[in-house]
Design a protein around this ligand. Structure first.
Ligand code: UDP
Length: 330
C-alpha cells in the first residue's frame, strides 16, 4: 500500500512511519513541521511540507501522490494552551481536518485512520473506559478531537468514507533503537520529565497529589508504548484496505494502569539513581484513574502490545533521552 501520513514527522507519526515501512508499505509524509522534525524521518521518505489550512495544496498532494489511504496525526496537542488560545486549536485541528476530509472525498475516496484521544471522554467514573462511555471533553483540545470524530462520521454517512478512529491513552516510550522518541517543545508528560530530571536538566520531580482514591494515593494512567501504538495504526489501515473494516472506533491502551509512584520507581530502577521527589498540589482536571477498555481492538484487529512491562517501557524512553538530551538538536 502507499500511504499518506499527515503529521508523520511528529512523535507518534514518525514511529508509525517506521512500522509501516517495516510492514512493506510505501510512505509519503505531509507535515508543516510546526512541531515535527525532518530528522525523525528516514532520509528516503518524501516529505511534503504543507499546512492543512492550505486546502488546495492538500488536494494537489493527494492528486500528485495517489495514496491508497491516509493516516492523520496532525494536530496541536497541549491541553493548557488550548484553553488559552482556543481559536488556534479550532482552526488548526478542526478546520485543518475538515480540509483534509474534503480533499479526500473530492479526489480519491480512500480510507482514513484518525488519531484521537482518551481526552474525548473527559472525567468519567468508568474503569476501565469502554468506547461507548459518555463523551464530555474538558478541554478545547479534547473538544477539537471530538468535533473531528463527528465530522468523520458525517463524511462516512454522506460519502461512504471508510475510517478507523484510534483513541490513545498515555503514549510513552521510544523506538528501542534510541534514534527517535518524544521531542515536544513543551515538556509535560510524566516519563519524559522524569528522564530529563534523571539527566540533571531539572532539579526534582513533582508528584501532583497523593490523596487520590487509589492504592498509593497517586493517579493511575494506562501507559501505551509508542511502538505498540504504531502497530495499531498498521493493523487499522490494513483492515480498512482489505475491506474487513468500514467504520470503527477503538481505544488503544494496555487495559491496565500504573500509578505516578510506580512510574517514578521504574525510572529510578532503570537509571540507577533515585530522583528527588516533591509532593505538589493536585493538577487541575486530573482524574484519579484513566484506563482503557481495549478489548475491542484486541478482538477485531488482533492488537497485541509487546511492551507491557513498565521498566521495559521506561528503558526505551531512557535510551532515547540519554542519547538525545536535547531532542533532535545535537
Ligand atoms: N504527573 C506528575 N508530575 C509531573 C507530570 C505528571 O505527578 O511532573 C502526573 C499527572 O498529574 C498525571 C500523570 O502523572 O496524574 C500523567 O500525566 P501526563 O502529563 O504524563 O499525562 P496525562 O495523563 O495528563 O495525559
Amino acid at each position: 500500500m502507499k500511504l499518506l501520513v499527515v503529521g508523520g514527522a511528529g512523535y507518534i507519526g514518525s514511529h508509525t512511519v517506521r512500522q509501516l515501512r517495516r510492514s512493506g508499505h510505501e510512505v509519503v509524509v505531509l507535515d508543516n513541521l510546526s512541531s515535527g522534525h525532518r530528522e525523525a524521518l528516514p532520509e528516503d521518505v518524501t516529505l511534503v511540507q504543507q499546512d492543512l489550512l492550505d486546502a488546495e495544496g492538500v488536494k494537489a498532494t493527494l492528486q500528485a501522490h495517489e495514496p491508497d489511504a491516509v493516516i492523520h496525526f496532525a494536530a496541536l496537542i497541549e491541553v493548557g494552551e488550548s484553553m488559552r488560545a482556543p481559536a488556534r486549536y479550532y482552526r488548526n485541528n478542526v478546520v485543518g481536518s475538515l480540509n483534509l476530509l474534503q480533499a479526500i472525498v473530492e479526489t480519491r475516496k480512500i480510507p482514513l485512520v484518525f488519531s484521537s484521544t482518551a481526552a474525548v471522554y473527559g472525567t468519567t467514573d468508568a474503569v476501565p473506559i469502554p468506547e461507548n462511555a459518555p463523551m464530555q471533553p474538558e478541554s478545547v483540545y479534547g473538544e477539537t478531537k471530538l468535533m473531528t470524530e463527528r465530522m468523520i462520521h458525517a463524511f462516512h454517512t454522506a460519502h461512504g468514507l471508510p475510517y478507523v478512529i484510534l483513541r490513545y491513552f498515555n503514549v510513552c516510550g521510544a523506538a528501542p533503537e534510541g534514534d527517535i522518541g518524544e521531542a515536544h517543545a513543551n515538556k509535560t508528560h510524566l516519563i519524559e520529565l522524569a528522564a530529563l530530571t534523571a539527566l540533571g536538566q531539572r532539579e526534582k520531580m513533582m508528584i501532583f497529589g497523593d490523596d487520590y482514591p487509589t492504592p498509593d494515593g497517586t493517579c493511575i494512567r494506562d501507559y501505551v508504548h509508542v511502538q505498540d501504538l504504531a502497530d495499531a495504526h498498521v493493523l487499522a489501515v490494513e483492515a480498512l484496505h482489505s475491506g474487513k473494516t468500514q467504520a470503527a472506533t477503538y481505544n488503544v491502551g494496555l487495559g491496565h494502569g500504573f500509578s505516578v509512584r510506580e512510574v517514578l520507581d521504574a525510572v529510578d530502577a532503570v537509571t540507577g539513581k533515585p530522583l528527588t521527589r516533591e509532593l505538589a498540589p493536585r493538577r487541575a482536571g486530573d482524574p484519579p484513574r484513566l484506563v482503557a477498555d481495549a478489548t475491542r481492538i484486541v478482538k477485531d484487529l488482533g492488537f497485541k502490545p509487546r511492551f507491557t512491562d513498565l521498566q521495559e517501557i521506561v528503558q526505551t524512553a531512557w535510551t532515547w533521552h540519554k542519547s538525545h538530551p536535547h531532542d533532535f538538536r545535537r
